[in-house]
Design a protein around this ligand. Sequence first.
Ligand code: PGA
Length: 248
Amino acid sequence: MPRKIAAGNWKMNGTSSDLVELDKLAAAHADPSVVMLICPPATLIERADRICAAAGIAVGGQDCHAAASGAHTGDTSAQMLWDAGAAYVILGHSERRADHGETDADVSAKIAAAQAVGLTAILCVGESLAQRDAGQALAVVGAQLRGSLPDGVAADRLIVAYEPVWAIGTGKVPTLEQIGEVHGFLRASLADLVAEGAADVPLLYGGSVKAANAADIFGVADVDGALVGGASLTAADFSPIVTALQNA
Ligand code: PGA
């Protein structure tokens, strides 16, 4: 059985004054059956980890460079994230694909770099609304999955997040049937693509998850947790989502 994971993606939000939200999460987190993960901006990873480590809350990055080091002004390597206290890194988020032109090949190289230093990679895949309306949702996420997994990917350091682009930050959520269809497809596809351990790769749903819809989403087969943006920014919004996952 894959582990349940509640992951928060703070995106480009958060300065030191927001660390108080982690203090609140740390005070409440006690259930080891759920991995609680917060991915703050890189500037806060080290301080976030100091707060989270003792409470058993994991910390992750939101991107890394594929190279180990070198002349890449402004970028952050996988080793740097690890060194700062991160154990996870989100890779191939649709905002990185859109804002920075990241391709599946780029994402594949980043996953290899992340796993090489011990990070667990959270690969994001998801179709646009136009692609869904054209009946291409499965074809698109299937191609992203195939193209983004490096040769020899380690299943035990891999998480896949299904994040339909049209559901991110919009308040729109696919139907439970649509989520179940894509997650079932991802589970079957992983079995073809990953040599060993495909059944244990956690599959997260992401896109406008909030307290009001979390329990229903966690009831869908092959949904092992969520990648949460807006509703992860405060403990008041994120805690009920974690609780819903504990109860699922
Ligand atoms: P959202 O973002 O929860 O704000 O829709 C999810 C994500 O982009 O990971």
